[in-house]
Design a protein around this ligand. Sequence first.
Ligand SMILES: Cc1cc2nc3c(=O)[nH]c(=O)nc-3n(C[C@H](O)[C@H](O)[C@H](O)COP(=O)(O)OP(=O)(O)OC[C@H]3O[C@@H](n4cnc5c(N)ncnc54)[C@H](O)[C@@H]3O)c2cc1C
Length: 369
Amino acid sequence: MATLVVGAGVIGLLTAWMMAEQGRAVVLLEQGEAGREASWAGGGIVSPLYPWRYNAAVTALAHWSQGFYPHLAQTLLAQTAVDPQVYVTGLYWLDLEDEAVALGWANEQRRQLKRLAMPEVRRAVPVLGGGFTSALHMPDVANVRNPLLVEALRTALLRNPNVSLHEHNPVTGFVLDGERVVGVASRQGRIYAENVVLAAGAWSAQLLHQLGLVLPVEPVKGQMILYRCRADFLPAIVLAKGRYAIPRRDGHVLIGSTLEHAGFDKTPTAEALASLKASAVDLLPALGKADVIKHWAGLRPGSPDGIPFVGELAQHPGLWLNCGHYRNGLVLAPASCRLLVDLMNGQAPILDPRPYSPQGRVAVLPCVE
Ligand SMILES: Cc1cc2nc3c(=O)[nH]c(=O)nc-3n(C[C@H](O)[C@H](O)[C@H](O)COP(=O)(O)OP(=O)(O)OC[C@H]3O[C@@H](n4cnc5c(N)ncnc54)[C@H](O)[C@@H]3O)c2cc1C
């Protein structure tokens, strides 16, 4: 019997791809179109925004993924002719309050991070705004063009005889045999499976609630804007006061992002547009004369400390979680999906799985008589 994956964002798609690459049969169910939610909406920085501010559990996944991304992109390009465009530009952090902490972390983690004098930064990024007084530089940070990454994954899965992808087929509940999860209820009816993987991003808690479980994953809205510039306009990612500019290879520049608790509302707002435009001009004043060509919002799967849930639920054998990647789902995806697949296959895991285990992190709803 197949493994069934619920949700075709980057996490569900990559889980399915990794399982299918190992010869396993996979059924992937998506309520809308694959890869059109957070995994499309994100910026695609292949690093947490301030990596030294995260728990070691997030760092471990991020480091493994960073090493895997070039191989992933090359393999998908060869399989599908869609290039996810992993673009190594480096990242400049401007006017950080915790430079010393950042440098200490980099030293411990053996990451290249150094303080640069502002004239050097301005030579490297001539379009940078004038108000900044200090900078740290990490030269090996990449960004992935996430809409192309999910398109490549979807294309690879559609061509793989081990995979069956059902779009526009929402999962509405789980099928139980005793406590064991043996399938799902969906718009197309019941589908039975050897294992079910919940990878429904910000919507994961809603589904688990039906089993009387409280998963602390909630939607956190993020808005972004896009400019089209000359291909050589911005040579690196720049970041100040929580806002960043990301260059794509063809000159598109993304400015992000807001962090809003607005439930499942994904409407872009005029207020966020004005605020993002102001950040764009602070970082890159020339954008003041450019037009915003797109403005959108996505829902991050917010979780405590941004540590994803990866592993089988003790209360319901057969049900595995791979969700709650919050602000870092694109960078964490390869390691998180590989870890899950290792655990499901009973192979030695790439990382110590304990920090990501759902055990003790998922509460049981009190019984209401
Ligand atoms: C503005 C913004 C900027 C970001 N920038 C970055 C960044 O630079 N770097 C980074 O690493 N991360 C970034 N992120 C975070 C990253 O995008 C997410 O963590 C990641 O995409 C989560 O992937 P996912 O597959 O879990 O969720 P999603 O991509 O949301 O996928 C979940 C899927 O499940 C489907 N689904 C839900 N319920 C059901 C159901 N009942 N039945 C069937 N299907 C269902 C949904 O339709 C959806 O397609 C950003 C996010 C946002 C919003």
